[in-house]
Ligand binder design. Structure first.
Ligand SMILES: *Cc1c(COP(=O)(O)O)cnc(C)c1O
Length: 377
């Protein structure tokens, strides 16, 4: 089955009780039991909810995984999943990882005795040399945020397997439509479903997807113990949103390719970071592991003045955090997604004060280009 069909027909799509073309919102916390010896499948909604379960089955099918768990946010998915590690364990993490992931690793998990080394994961030799005897996991994001750096996933998996450690990949920017890390040998795929998967900027949610059911059970145990699962209303909205993932992504990606090419020759733009451009250092690696460059990219402007004009002056692209919505969103990594990264560290990573990230929505690209042009002045 191809993805466009899978998006509509994966998971339980018809309600067996009524024939409704969709799973209803089970806005219920507890379930009546009839036997002291055997509880029904559902007992308390922190653990299981049929609407959440329908969404989990859908995302598992899209990623080609055996098990998916849906969480109350991308960060809930990431931090709950990281609880599979124990004090004394060490992680190797790509250095421009999502700011929130950097924050939990460097200020919370570090306090629990789980340490991390941040490396430039475009350099596999650097990844391998950061591995220590106590290293248990390799945490990657490709394309990374906000510089769209590319990590060779097959190469990274080869290293991880040689050292007997697991690979975790945040696949938020790509979605399973464009990249399926489990197929490349990765062990855990993480998502902020808030972005392209839901796609309508109206839900906060996250996912962890695995191939190994025992690993899935361990994450599920922590999810239930911590109570980080996704609520039924948000599960329903995300199920609705994901059905149009392919058409949204196709259109946004086409527009992004056009806008990135236009910006490249704009006199006020000094650099464009997009793996869809042939001169991007990760172009070939990305093309070998993903089905498209996606609909988010970043670019650098000639001055802070221009940056401020653009951010405050764009009328179509909302100046906001987040990405992956039907509406274009322009954001400022230095003060938004990466505000929790110390300034020195941020600059070292190349997240300058003139770097802007654009998530391209479903507006006409001609209108977006005209808007960016007027805002840059
Ligand atoms: C937004 C985002 C997250 C965090 O997800 P939330 O749903 O906001 O908690 C994690 N990773 C990436 C790449 C993101 O863009």
């Amino acid at each position: 089955m191809k993805i466009a069909t899978k998006l509509i027909h994966s998971g339980p799509t018809i309600d067996p009780q009524t024939g409704a073309l969709g799973v209803p919102i089970y806005q219920i916390s507890t379930y009546q039991q009839t036997s002291v010896d055997h509880f029904r499948k559902y007992d308390y909604a922190r653990g299981d909810n049929p609407t959440r379960e329908a969404l989990e089955e859908t995302i598992a099918a899209l990623e080609g995984g055996a098990r998916c768990l849906a969480f109350s946010s991308g960060m809930a998915a990431i931090s709950t999943t990281l609880m599979i590690f124990s004090p004394g364990d060490h992680l190797v993490v790509c250095d421009d990882v999502y700011g929130g992931a950097y924050r939990v690793l460097s200020t919370i998990f570090s306090r629990m005795g789980i340490s991390s080394t941040f490396v430039d994961a475009t350099d596999l030799a650097a990844v391998e040399s950061a591995i220590r005897p106590e290293t248990k996991g390799l945490y990657l994001e490709t394309p990374s945020n906000p510089l769209l750096k590319i990590t060779d996933l097959r190469g990274a998996v080869g290293i991880a397997r040689r050292h007997g450690i697991i690979t975790l990949v945040d696949n938020t920017f790509m979605t399973p439509y464009l990249q399926r890390p489990l197929d490349l040998g990765c062990d855990i795929v993480l998502h902020s479903g808030t972005k392209f998967l839901n796609g309508h900027s109206d839900v906060i949610c996250g996912f962890a997807v695995v191939n190994d059911t025992e690993l899935g059970q361990r994450i599920r145990y922590i999810q239930n113990a911590f109570g980080t699962g996704l609520g039924p209303q948000d599960s329903f909205l995300t199920l609705r949103g994901v059905k149009t993932l392919k058409v949204r992504m196709d259109q946004s990606q086409l527009s992004t390719i056009r806008i990135a090419a236009w910006l490249k020759s704009h006199p006020r733009v000094t650099a464009v970071h997009y793996p869809g451009l042939a001169e991007h250092p990760g172009y070939a690696v990305h093309a070998g592991q993903a089905d498209g460059p996606g609909a988010v990219f970043s670019f650098e402007l000639d001055s802070f003045e221009t940056t401020k004009h653009l951010l405050e002056g764009s009328k179509l692209a909302a100046f906001a955090v987040s990405l992956g919505g039907v509406e274009s969103i322009i954001s400022y990594p230095a003060r938004m997604s990466h505000a929790s990264v110390p300034a020195e560290e941020r600059l070292r990573k190349g997240i300058t004060d003139t770097l802007v990230r654009l998530s391209v929505g479903l507006e006409d690209p001609d209108d977006l280009i005209a808007d960016l042009e007027q805002a840059m002045g």
